[in-house]
Every structure is written in structure tokens, then in C-alpha cells.
Design a protein around this ligand. Structure first.
Ligand code: PMP
Length: 360
């Protein structure tokens, strides 16, 4: 039976990538050992590391004056690293709160500086939505403004950028590489790997070079220090080598798929098909304003919450894994990142139709 994994993260990875990793797992490129058994300073691993960075640069068209850092600590590690490294002159930063992850980022940052949380959530009738960017009252003296373009739990995504001269810092953990972005508009981008990049344990940071030396605080833990990490090509301490290698395979796979323009089409098609089905059904419901619905994480409710457990169990039997919604939102959530094929979304819709027929 074909299975499809709808987990929000660690998430499904492309089958071709997993097959390649499996084929070369024990004896990588005739080295007589696994890539995960190589020194991170060996020529062979350095070549893997450099190729992965180059492929990422090609995919996202990263300008030369940006550094790419391969770090530890996940998204939450960056919730601390960002204020530690970027709070400088004023010690003030703005955090746009669009859902639970941006809120968590703001709470962590508040340990380190004067953080202003701007709650940009609003209701439009029954729907969860976001304020128009013109209503975001930003501090022009802030050291940076932080936001999360895709809220993994809430299922909200926005592509508008804050209109300000201060550096933009974005948590792209659950949307990076799902569509093209203009990196030059950002001061810093970060993303935990475990959704659209590779296995957990690796965290990507893309940072404009002039932001590397901003920190007012000189007591930054070494493994969170952007300048130190950049100076050492992300090898000040031992990086997560296997995750870095696997991310490299994913980047090559993305290139083979046609890059991020192709990914955007693929992701839009999947998301539209699923939302359209939900909207037409009287049994399922998504309560996010269509203007800010996520392409990556699709929460939906059943007409009767008492059927939730049964839905999850029967879906698993049908090969559709990890559809239980986040405890903060309830209901179901289908995460449909890059690696989810259209066939997976079609299988989900077919299952939802069957379930409605037998329980509706
Ligand atoms: N930011 C976002 C948008 C996320 O989705 C997550 C994890 N789901 C995090 C941050 C936290 O990431 P981690 O568990 O890697 O710390």
C-alpha cells in the first residue's frame, strides 16, 4: 500500500532522495564508510557541504553579500540566536504575531531586549485572518522586525513584507523553498530543516553580511554566534553532517523538479485542490480567510468533533498518516510540503469523501 505522511514536521521527504540515501548509506561513493562517519573537515565532506550551499544559493538566488550558515538548535534555537545577535543600538525589536510560532519567538526574545509584540491577527466574520500590512504600526528605530510568513499550527500564510527600512527577520521554517522569494528584501531568514529541507537537527540561516557584527551583547554562546559561525564556514563545532548531506540531496532533487517556480505551481495546485474540496463540502470546514490560507499546512474540522479519533484511525489504515490536528487548534491538519505528491492530496480527498459518506 502506498502511504502518504501528512506530518507537520519532521515531515515527508522525497522518495527519490530517501532511495539514494539508502543506496549509499553504508558505503558512500566508494569511501568504504557512510557519509555520516566522515570527518566534517575531510575533503570529501567539505565537497558535499560546499555543493549543498551552492545548490541552495542557486535555488533561492541568494546574493553574494549574504552568508549561508548551517547551524544547530532548530527554529527555537533561532528564537534566542536572533535577539542575541541582532539587538544592537536601541535594544528594541518589533515582533509581528500572526500565530503560535511568532508568539513563541516574541516570548523568547523578550528575555534579551525590549520587544514589542504587534498582534496582527483579526477575525473577518467567522474567519481567522490578518490585518492589512498598512495597519502594522512599526517602530522605525527598532533593530529589526521579526515575522513568521507561514504559521505551521494556525495554517495562515502571508507574502506581504513589512514596509520599513529596518532589517526584516523571517522564520521560514515551514515555507522555505516552497516558492521563490526575493532574499535581498530580508536581513535574515532562518528555517529548521525538518519540513522542506531535510531531517531535523539542521537549521539554515541566511544573513546579510552587514548584520553579522551588530550584536551589542558580546556574551553570545559560541554555537549561536553568527559572526563566529560565518568565519568558520559553519564548522566551528561539528555540524550535523548527515542532515547537511541529506539537505544537499533535497536541493538537487528540487533542481531536478524545475526549481522553485515549478515548486510554487505544484504547491499551489495541491493546496487549491484541497481547499476547494473542503469549501464545497458541508461536512468539512477550514476557518482561515482564503486571502491568508497556507499552501503548506491545511487545518480542517469535521462536522462532529466526536468523529476525530475515528477519522485519524481510519485514515491511517488507508495509508494516510499523521493527520491529527495540533492540540491548540484541534480537528485535523494536512501538511503538504514540497515532497507531498499531488497523488497524496488526491488520496486524502478520496478518503475524506468516503469518510463523509459513511459517517456524514
Ligand atoms: N517556527 C516554526 C514556523 C515552526 O513550524 C516550528 C516547528 N514546527 C518552529 C519554529 C520550532 O522549530 P524547532 O522544533 O526546530 O525548534
Amino acid at each position: 500500500m502506498t502511504t502518504y505522511n501528512f506530518c507537520a514536521g519532521p515531515a515527508m521527504l522525497p522518495a527519490e532522495v530517501m532511495q539514494q540515501a539508502q543506496a549509499e548509506f553504508i558505503n558512500w561513493q566508494q569511501h568504504g564508510c557512510s557519509v555520516m562517519e566522515l570527518s566534517h573537515r575531510s575533503k570529501a565532506f567539505m565537497a558535499v557541504a560546499e555543493q549543498a550551499e551552492q545548490d541552495l544559493r542557486d535555488l533561492l538566488c541568494i546574493p553574494d553579500h549574504y552568508k549561508v550558515l548551517f547551524m544547530h538548535g532548530g527554529g527555537r534555537g533561532q528564537f534566542s540566536a536572533v535577539p542575541l545577535n541582532l539587538l544592537s543600538q536601541t535594544g528594541e525589536a518589533d515582533y509581528l504575531v500572526s500565530g503560535s510560532w511568532s508568539q513563541a519567538a516574541a516570548e523568547e526574545a523578550a528575555k534579551f531586549g525590549r520587544i514589542r509584540s504587534l498582534d496582527i491577527r483579526q477575525r473577518v466574520g467567522e474567519l481567522r485572518s490578518l490585518q492589512h500590512p498598512s495597519e502594522w504600526a512599526l517602530n522605525p528605530k527598532a533593530d529589526y522586525v521579526h515575522f513568521c510568513p507561514n504559521e505551521t499550527v494556525d495554517g495562515l500564510e502571508f507574502t506581504d513584507l513589512p514596509d520599513t527600512e529596518v532589517p526584516l527577520v523571517a522564520d521560514l521554517s515551514s515555507t522555505i523553498l516552497s516558492r521563490p522569494i526575493d532574499v535581498s528584501r530580508f536581513g535574515l531568514i532562518y528555517a529548521g530543516a525538518q519540513k522542506n529541507i531535510g531531517p531535523s537537527g539542521l537549521t539554515l540561516v541566511i544573513v546579510r553580511e552587514d548584520l553579522l557584527e551588530r550584536a551589542a551583547n558580546k556574551a553570545i554562546p559560541a554555537i549561536m554566534d553568527y559572526a563566529l559561525t560565518a568565519k568558520n564556514d559553519s564548522m566551528f563545532n561539528t555540524p550535523p553532517t548527515f542532515a547537511w548531506y541529506l539537505a544537499g540531496l533535497v536541493f538537487q532533487w528540487l533542481k531536478q523538479q524545475g526549481g522553485l517556480d515549478a515548486m510554487a505551481k505544484h504547491n499551489q495546485t495541491k493546496a487549491e485542490r484541497l481547499y476547494q474540496y473542503i469549501d464545497r463540502s458541508a461536512f468539512y470546514r477550514n476557518d482561515v480567510d482564503p486571502a491568508v490560507r497556507s499552501w503548506m499546512n491545511v487545518p480542517f474540522m469535521l462536522a462532529d468533533d466526536a468523529l476525530n479519533d475515528r477519522f485519524v484511525k481510519e485514515a491511517e489504515v488507508a495509508g494516510l498518516l499523521a493527520l491529527k490536528g495540533h492540540r491548540l487548534v484541534g480537528g485535523m491538519r494536512a501538511s503538504i510540503y514540497n515532497a507531498m505528491p499531488l497523488a497524496g492530496v488526491d488520496a486524502l480527498i478520496a478518503f475524506m469523501q468516503d469518510f463523509e459518506r459513511s459517517h456524514g
